[in-house]
Design a protein around this ligand. Sequence first.
Ligand SMILES: [Zn+2]
Length: 493
Amino acid sequence: MKNILFIGIFHETNCFIKQKTLLKDFEILKKKEILNLTNDFSQISGFLNFCKNKNLNVFPTVSFTATPSGIVENKVFEIFWKKFIKIFNKIKQNKFDAIYLSLHGAMVTEKIFDVEGELLKRLKKIKTLKNIPVFGVFDLHANFTKKMAKLSNALICYQKNPHTDSYKIAYRAAKIMYDSLNKKLIPKTYYMNAKILWPPSGTSTLKNPMRKLESEARKYEKENKNILAINVIAGFAYSDVPENGVAFSVIATNYKNVSIIIKKLVLLANKLKLKGLVKEYDLKKIITMISSKKFNQPVLLIESADNIGGGSPGNTTDVMRSLISNNIKNSGVIINDPLNVKKLKNVKVGDFCKLIIGDMQNYKKQNQMILKVKLINKTNGRFTLEDKQSHLAASRGEKINMGNCALVQCSGVYILLTSIKTPPFDLGQWKSQGLDPAKLTAIGVKAAAAYRQAYDKISRISYNVKTSGPCQSDLNKIKYKNVIKKSFFPLNS
Ligand SMILES: [Zn+2]
C-alpha cells in the first residue's frame, strides 16, 4: 500500500485591499478532520476519494483555507508550518511514496511573495522528504513561479472558470500521481511565463482568450504521449508579486517536444492578449436603459471592481445608489455589512430603521449612503448550495455560512446585508432569504466571471459596469510596486 503525505494551504491574496488577512480568517483542519472532507465537490474531497478508490494510505497533516482577501499576516504561514512539523514529526518514521498538495497558488504574506514556492522549499529541506515526488492541485488564478516548477513534479490546475471542475482536477492529479508511482516514471514540470496580465473578469473559460488556449492545450495533451498534463494558468493580477501573470506549465516524462509546445501556447496567448481586457459600461447609461425598457429577465449589473471572489470587501454602494436614486423597483443588491446586521438585531420585521450603508475604510465618504429602510426578513445566513458543483464548493464545501443576515428594502430596492462576505456564485444565497432572484428586475453582482454558472440560469442580459472598488478591470489604474511594469502587457502598452 502506498503512503501519501497530504498538506493543504489555500488563499488568493489581493494585495490592494487595506485589511490584512489574519489567522482567525482561516479555517484550519488537522489530521483526521481533513479525512472527513469526502462528501462535497471540493478539491480535497476529489483527492481523498481517489485515494479511497485505489486503497492509498493518506497521512493528513494540516489544511489552511480562507476566502480571497488582503495580504496575509506573516504569522499565519509560520503557524501553518509549525503545525505541519509537529504532526509530521509524529509520523516521520513512515516511508512516504509521494506528497500531495492542495493549493490555490496565489498566496502572499507580508514577507513572502511566493508562499507555495516557499512551502516546497521547506519540504525539500527535510531530509526524508527531499527525494519524495510532489503532486497536487491548484486554482488557475495562480501566479506560477520558477520555484513551484522546479521543486514539484506534477501540480495540476483547474481547466474551468467558473471553477466547476476542482473536484475532478484534484482527482485527475491524484491519478497522475498513482500512475507515475506505479510505472516508476516520475514526471517533471516545465513552465514559461507569457508576460501578460489579465483582470479576472477577462479569464472566463467560456470565452476567448481562455477558451481557445484551453482547447489548444487539450489538443497537445492528446497528441503527445510523453505529456501527462498542460496547465493554462491565468494568473491573479491583484497579487502584487514579481512573478505574476499568464503562464503555461507542462507535466512531462521527457523534454522531447515540450519547449516547442510551450512556446506555441505563449505565442497564442500574446496573439489573443487584447481579448482578455474587459469592456466596462457606464453605470448611468445602463440604469437609464433599464428604466426606459422592459426586460423579460433580470438585468445583471456586474460589479467586478468589488469582486468578492477576487478579495474585495463586497460593500461598495455605486450600484445600490443608482438603483435607489433611479427608482428601479423590485431590484436587488447584496452588501456585506456586519455592523448594520447587528444594528437590526432588535428591529422587528416590518419596522423601519435608519442605516448608514457603505465602507469607509477602503473608499471615500461618497461611498456611504444614509437610508431609511424597511426590515423584510432576518436569518442566520446558512444555506446549502443549490448547485453542488458551484465555484463556491471548491473552497467552502456545500454548506455555506453568510453569517447573520438582514433583508431590507428601500424605494423598492432589496438590499441583502450579510455578516460574512460570500461570493455570488449560487442562487441559494437569495432563495434562502425568501427572495427569488429570477423575479427581480435588476441585480447587482459583485463578481468577475464565476457568477455565470449560477446566474446564466436566470438571465442572459449582463453588463460589466464601471464602479469603485479594489478589483479594477483596467489594470493600468492599479498601483503596482512589485510587478515590473515594462515587462507586462497591458502595463507596458
Ligand atoms: Zn480562481
